[in-house]
Write a protein of this length. Structure first.
Length: 311
């Protein structure tokens, strides 16, 4: 007997068939007349996070929204991450009410300012001054040939045919893969990320639980008296050198490692060992080294750290 009930999965299952914690972003875009639009979105998550030449987010939105049509037209948007004050969330909910942009934007309570990606570009929207961070983005319209979709074809939704993951994806739905051009960070949180966070340095982020009971958007505030808790990962098991030697000897037929070089890798988690060893081999080939020593590993590590800091 399961300890769970089997719940029916219906449309908008993330808020109608489950409890799903979501971020809240107010997305700024440029309307056809050059004015600013701000719409509220929660279905906005990291998409390309590593191993590609660019980083990207994924946005899921109604294709009849101002935001969708503006992104299709201009390819640009800014994801403004809001803090959890009641007045801020109230304004986010007001900006989340469907309708013409001009209806809501005349009373905009958020202060806006130029972004940093390219303020001379007329398609680049301003960003929210009170956001704790902003991602300035460009739509990856080339993926899945999504440029074929035209705003003029959207009326009561889009007649199709539809794409699977980028552009118009159903009668009323759209997905946008958004390249991140710039991450703008408020100084306090910038310092926390660069110098190392403590429990005092986390921004107060609301958790959106979505639209429920056909009346309310439900969310939680960041509890003022509680602070984030750091839960350390399990201590890595030290693997003995013979298994590292086994892997190292199979990486390359010419380039070898001394025992003291391999001692440096005893704490490397097993799934990453081959990548680390191959990184050393690549460095050795570039530098005409045939026997990698502990000194070489230190040079390689310093180089890797310097490259990371440059990024
Ligand atoms: C907190 C919150 C989160 C929302 N998240 C989404 C979302 O992820 N996707 C979506 O299509 N609509 C979402 N909405 C509804 C949109 O805000 C709504 O469609 C609005 O009309 C969009 O504004 P726009 O037409 O100016 O783009 C959300 C609304 C609120 C208040």
């Amino acid at each position: 007997m399961s300890s769970f009930k089997d719940l029916r999965i219906v449309d908008n299952f993330y808020q109608s068939s489950s409890f799903f914690p979501m971020p809240t972003v107010c997305i700024s875009t440029i309307n056809p007349d050059g004015s600013l639009n701000v719409g509220t979105y929660s279905l906005c998550f990291p998409y390309y996070i590593a191993g590609k030449d660019r980083y990207a987010m994924l946005l899921e939105c109604r294709n009849t929204s101002n935001t969708c049509m503006n992104i299709m037209r201009t390819h640009k948007c800014a994801l403004n991450f809001i803090t959890d004050e009641k007045a801020t969330f109230r304004e986010a909910v007001r900006l989340g009410f469907p309708g013409p942009s001009s209806d809501k934007m005349t009373d905009l309570k958020f202060k806006m300012e130029d972004g940093i990606a390219d303020p001379t570009d007329k398609n680049r929207p301003q960003v929210m001054s009170d956001a704790y961070q902003v991602f300035e983005c460009t739509w990856a319209s080339e993926l899945e040939g999504a440029t074929k979709f035209k705003v003029e074809d959207i009326d009561d939704g889009h007649p199709g045919p539809y794409n699977d993951f980028n552009g118009i994806t159903s009668k009323y739905g759209a997905h946008f893969i958004l390249y991140i051009d710039k991450i703008l960070m408020k100084e306090k949180y910038y310092n926390a990320i660069v110098n190392g966070v403590t429990k005092k340095d986390f921004p107060p982020i609301p958790v959106d639980y979505g639209y429920r009971d056909s009346t309310n958007f439900w969310y939680t505030q960041f509890p003022k008296l509680m602070k984030p808790i750091a839960e350390p990962i399990p201590a890595p098991k030290e693997i003995d050198i013979s298994s590292i030697r086994y892997a190292a000897d199979r990486c390359d037929d010419k380039i070898k490692f001394t025992d003291d070089a391999l001692e440096n890798f005893v704490k490397v988690p097993r799934p990453f060992l081959k990548t680390v060893l191959n990184g050393c081999i690549d460095w050795a080939k570039e530098n005409n080294v045939e026997l990698i020593t502990s000194e070489h590993v230190k040079i390689i590590n310093d180089k890797r750290k310097a490259e990371k800091n440059k990024k």
